[in-house]
Design a protein around this ligand. Structure first.
Ligand code: OXT
Ligand code: ADP
Ligand code: MG
Length: 571
């Protein structure tokens, strides 16, 4: 029963101030799992007209929020209960921070006075202290009048500079705190220019162009930061004005079409080994690029030009001859201006050699993509799906697994920016369903999720969530009966299955049917193509169980070299 004051509309409370603060900053979508103390907060958010998606596990809600941030340049919001719910969201918060995706984890929490005396509260945990090392910033709000500034700080911390994950701790008592409605409204903050452009210094641009001007074998490497920046036209202009071959990292594929004449995606080893000047744009010289050292980079001396918004990224792995610190849009614009109208093309010997290697690798792979083997191998299955993406470039491709990831990355060409969403810097399994849900919700585009059967298992319960919201998502499970392969055997001959294999002949498609979605079994590329086209055409939640030869994969896909070897145990 509302009090007189509430009826008179003179009071507000923590619940409603949080809603007002988020909506004032154009944040309208919440990815969460209900429970004490945030169940009503989710209900009030929905009642206020926000889109509130309820998941089956907070980790998947967190992965959804993380990729929502990447796609929209606004912080994706994951909301959880305290302690176990907070911990479930924490993996996604750390993943967002590692990948430079803007995300806020809002978690209910216990009261300070009980936590600090360790008196054993319901779901007691010092969440703020635990979150701090794993995210870009972490704050707690204790008073209703601070909600406006707290939400504003979290938004700015998430999207300014190098984007990342922010933790915001909401003790249960905060939600029920009341205050005068006018004072509440006055306490809210609309964040002005949350991600300010950061212009590069003119001398940094000159230094970079002086090096680039005399390069014999220049290379541009585009990373997911370049995709996130949404400076697509400027990046395309830089590539085409300079005539320099470019190598897109996995989530930067599609910034320019992978079929672009300057794409060196299919000549990766050659360009890394032979380039004499390397322009890094929104990419890090981390493990994905062998830290810029060793065999992959050859013996030839190299100079690095590095464009990044984070100054501390410079010299992380290799000496950077020309650090260009700023936001990618501003840096690329400044480079283009400095290049002027008569920029000399790189030597034809270099661009010709790269093009020739691309054509050789593409021609060598082509026949393998045309087989109609039953059961399928990766090339036959992906040959079918490659054609579908070419015909439907608007489809968002979500991808995880080991072989399923690596073969999809090199076989399926992408044609538009931010259409390939995968495991990112950490190689995390389990991002698939949360990523697919947020991609569908944030873009209203159809989504094709190509999942290893192990990878799918990490978040598979969310197919109920997909059905519940009737999202246009087609999940293709590459069912090779295990992790990497389905052929391992228990060396003891005992009853237990080998450590990397699953139930033989599993029918993941039946899971989707259990929730009212469409389930299809496909054992050949032709059947797979027909099933996926039908699913994308219908826009209905669909799961295709794609039977892959269990011997088709290799250990850890293309990164098997990272596995430590035992000199004692015989494999
Ligand atoms: O130039 P060369 O001649 O060298 O050739 C290169 C390209 O030029 C060429 N290429 C082409 N040729 C022709 N045409 C085209 N279009 C073309 N494009 C490229 O091909 C080669 C290779 O090119 P590529 O791929 O670009 O280059 P390369 O050398 O591979 O690049 C190096 C890397 C490191 C950048 C790249 O390999 C990469 O990005 N790798 C990512 C690896 C990764 O993150 N893997 C996921 C993690 S693996 C492991 O951790 C897994 N786990 C453990 C686990 C995890 N991760 N998480 C959690 C929470 N728990 C556990 C598990 C459980 S994977 C996994 C599940 C696996 O089982 P699944 O059932 O899910 O999957 P399956 O394996 O299918 O069974
Ligand atoms: P990839 O894995 O594709 O190589 P990384 O995640 O390693 O990409 O690198 C992304 C880089 O992009 C990070 O160093 C991050 O600081 C940078 N970055 C992200 N957004 C911007 C931006 N708007 N302007 C400049 N740099 C950015
Ligand atoms: Mg598998």
């Amino acid at each position: 029963m509302a009090s007189d004051a509430e009826e008179a509309g003179t009071l507000t409370d923590g619940f409603h101030l949080i809603i007002d603060a988020l909506r004032l900053n154009d944040i309208e979508t919440i990815y969460h799992v209900p429970g004490i103390p945030i169940t009503d907060l989710g209900r009030f958010m929905q009642a206020a007209g926000m889109r509130v998606l309820s998941f089956r596990h907070e980790q998947n809600a967190g992965y959804a929020a993380a990729i929502a941030g990447y796609l929209t340049q606004k912080p994706g919001i994951c909301m959880t209960v305290s302690a176990p719910g907070f911990l479930n969201g924490l993996t996604a918060l750390a993943h967002a921070t590692t990948n430079c995706f803007p995300m806020i984890l809002l978690s209910g929490s216990s009261e300070r006075e009980i936590i600090d005396l360790q008196q054993g509260d319901y779901e007691e945990m010092d969440q703020l202290a635990i979150a701090k090392p794993l995210c870009k910033a972490a704050y707690r709000i204790l008073h209703a009048e601070d909600i406006g500034i707290g939400i504003a700080r979290a938004i700015r911390a998430a999207v300014s500079g190098r984007p990342g994950g922010v933790y915001l701790d909401l003790p249960a008592k905060l939600l029920g705190q009341v205050m005068d409605v006018d004072a509440g409204a006055a306490s809210l903050v609309k964040v002005i220019d949350p991600a300010p452009r950061q212009l590069p210094a003119p001398d940094a641009i000159k230094r970079a162009l002086d090096i680039l001007k005399v390069a014999e074998r220049p290379l541009i490497i585009l990373g997911k930061g370049a995709a996130y920046a949404q400076a697509d036209d400027a990046i395309r202009a830089l590539v085409e004005t300079s005539g320099i071959p470019y190598l897109p990292m996995s989530m930067a594929k599609g910034l320019l079409p992978d079929t672009h004449p300057q794409s060196a995606g299919a000549a990766r080893s050659l360009v890394l080994k032979e380039a004499d000047v390397v322009v890094m744009i929104g990419a890090r010289l981390n493990w994905l690029l062998s830290h810029g050292k060793g065999k992959a980079w050859g013996e030839a001396p190299k100079k690095f030009i590095h464009i990044d918004i984070e100054p501390k990224e410079m010299d992380s792995n290799r000496e950077i001859a020309a650090p260009v610190v700023g936001d990618i849009g501003s840096c690329v614009d400044a480079l283009l201006e400095g290049m002027g109208k008569n920029w000399a093309m790189p030597p034809a010997e270099w661009t010709g050699a790269v093009r020739e290697k691309v054509e050789t690798n593409v021609e060598r792979m082509a026949p393998r993509l045309q087989n109609n083997n039953d059961p399928m191998d990766y090339h036959g299955a992906l040959g079918a799906l490659r054609t579908i993406i070419k015909e439907r470039p608007e489809v968002i491709l979500v991808n995880e697994g080991a072989n399923t990831l690596d073969f999809t990355r090199s076989i399926i060409d992408m044609y538009q920016p931010r259409k390939r969403l995968d495991v990112g810097t950490w190689g995390v399994m389990g991002v698939g369903m949360g990523t697919a849900i947020a991609a569908a919700v944030e873009t209203s585009m159809p989504v094709l999720a190509i999942e290893g059967d192990s990878a799918f298992g990490f978040s598979g319960m969310e197919i109920e969530t997909i059905c519940r919201y009737n999202l246009p998502i087609c999940v293709v499970v590459f069912n090779n009966g295990g992790i990497y392969r389905g052929t391992d055997v228990n060396p003891t001959g005992g009853a237990d299955a080998a450590t990397t294999v699953f139930v033989k002949g599993a029918r993941y498609d039946k899971m989707m049917e259990a929730f009212g979605g469409t389930g299809i079994q496909a054992t050949s590329p032709d059947e797979l193509k027909e099933a996926v086209n039908a699913a994308l055409g219908s826009g209905q939640p669909t799961l295709v169980n794609a039977v892959i030869d269990e011997a088709a994969g290799t250990e850890s896909g293309r990164i098997g070299n990272l596995n430590p070897q035992s000199v004692i145990a015989k494999k």
